[in-house]
Write a protein of this length. Structure first.
Length: 464
């Protein structure tokens, strides 16, 4: 898994040209569906020749993923405290002098100073005496320079020369994206795709954004980092937050696809964006009906009770031949909503489903809900078993079913009745010819006339 991750990240670097970019390269982030974020940015820090420790304001990040994109710079170590409470700041400032407010009735503005000697427990030495106390002498008056707006990382690195600026890369989490599609049916059918971006806890100005679609694997984040990133942060609006105009450029990297947004974004904690994935494309779909089978996939089964209604599943199928605008389209996994016009010409939501990552040329099937006007009832009409008297003592069952299909629509409907079973089994006879799709599936394509009824009967032999 880590090998796949390394390959994907290395390919991303080659795609963006991060390693050879100038120090002024804009911040670039890649969002993943999983909530992972890969950040590439330039930091305005002065790096001397040789070994030094830099206090970097990176916000929440995974220290094990931090690296520099500067040839000649090596990271030796990182000290990072994901908390920024007063206790966390004290740990960073052992040995420093602090002023305390100690108001008394005669002098409300009275202050005193002490040096923090150690923690756990706190030990303070009064600057005016050699006395040490084991409790905090009062309310600490923090210098603004010692209170960062986000947690700092102390990064020790070695540079082969002095530099003004440092290009780095690291992973964080919190922000994510998901694809969503709208398919309009009918003569003027079309598909629209949008990416929904959630900024989460990400706080980055003016960033180039890539959306990565694909499964590259993911190692679990350390628990302390997950808790810190899950902490609520106030959302704010910013007049400089950018807006998206146009559609992204699409490229491939490793076993994934990358969508580069046409405009930079300013990420603010809690802010969300949407971006079109592509221009609307004409589509034509076919509605299909499917009735699931009655057999258990493995093991034995018993006689079934009286006739019962069975929901007829509805799905929509779209051919996607290569060389066509729709067939050449890459579709990241996401929610698909289907719309059609009612009798008054109003657009109505008629179904919703989910698709996985769909490469170019692969047909698209969206499974939605159940049929309203096409119904089914099934009853077991025969059940008998015999058991072998010698090893392996298998049981042979002969089972028969009757399926009554009704269609209240003004046009005929074809219902594909399926039976799925593992192991040794076969269809012995049927009123509609059975089609064997695989070693575990038989299907019966049953045509049900408009305003009519069709009865399917079939008999199967099952061994377990």
């Amino acid at each position: 898994m880590m090998g796949k991750l390394t390959t994907a990240i290395s390919a991303l670097l080659a795609l963006t040209g991060a390693a050879g970019a100038s120090a002024q390269q804009p911040t670039s982030v890649t969002l993943f569906n999983s909530g992972r974020v890969l950040v590439r940015r330039s930091l305005a820090v002065s790096v001397p020749n040789g070994t030094s420790t830099q206090a970097l304001d990176l916000g929440m990040f995974s220290p094990t993923t931090f690296t520099t994109l500067e040839p000649g710079v090596t990271v030796y170590g990182i000290r990072f405290d994901p908390a920024w409470s007063e206790e966390a700041l004290l740990r960073r400032n052992v040995g420093k002098h602090f002023e305390f407010s100690r108001p008394i009735a005669s002098n409300p503005a009275l202050t005193a100073s002490a040096t923090l000697l150690a923690l756990d427990p706190e030990r303070w030495k009064w600057d005016s005496t050699e006395r040490v106390v084991f409790s905090r002498p009062g309310q600490i008056q923090w210098p603004a320079a010692l209170v960062p707006t986000s947690p700092l990382a102390d990064v020790t690195l070695h540079s082969d020369r002095s530099r003004q600026g440092l290009k780095v890369m690291y992973e964080t989490s919190g922000a994510s994206w998901n694809a969503s599609y709208r398919i309009f049916l009918g003569a003027q059918g079309r598909i629209e795709g949008v990416a929904a971006l959630s900024g989460g806890t990400l706080d980055l100005p003016d960033a180039e954004v890539q959306l990565l679609a694909g499964d590259i694997g993911q190692a679990p984040a350390p628990e302390v980092m997950m808790k810190a990133m899950a902490a609520p942060r106030a959302s704010r609006m910013d007049a400089n937050a950018s807006y998206i105009d146009g559609v992204p450029q699409v490229g491939s990297v490793g076993e994934a696809h990358v969508y580069t947004l046409p405009a930079r974004l300013t990420f603010i904690p809690g802010l969300e964006f949407t971006a079109a994935l592509f221009e609307p494309i004409p589509v034509r779909g076919e509605r299909r009906y499917t009735l699931p089978g009655a057999l258990q996939f493995y093991g034995g089964f018993q006689q079934q009770p009286d006739e019962t209604p069975v929901p007829v599943a509805v799905s929509y199928h779209f051919d996607r031949k290569t060389g066509t605008s729709f067939g050449d389209l890459v579709l990241p996994g996401g929610v698909v909503s289907l719309y059609d016009n009612d009798n008054a010409g109003r657009v109505q939501l008629i179904g919703q489903g989910f698709i996985g990552h769909t490469p170019a040329g692969k047909e698209l099937t969206v499974e939605t809900g159940s049929a309203f006007d096409v119904t089914a009832r099934r009853v077991q009409t025969e059940f008998g078993t015999t058991r072998a008297t010698v090893a392996p003592y298998s049981t042979v069952a002969m089972v028969a079913y009757r399926v009554t299909l009704q269609n209240a629509k003004d046009s005929a409907a074809v219902v594909e009745v399926r039976e799925d079973r593992g192991g040794e089994w076969s269809v012995v006879s049927s009123s509609v010819p059975a089609q064997r799709r695989s070693s575990s599936r038989y299907v019966f394509p049953v045509t049900v006339p408009a305003k009519g009824t069709t009865v399917l009967t079939y008999r199967v032999r099952v061994v377990w």
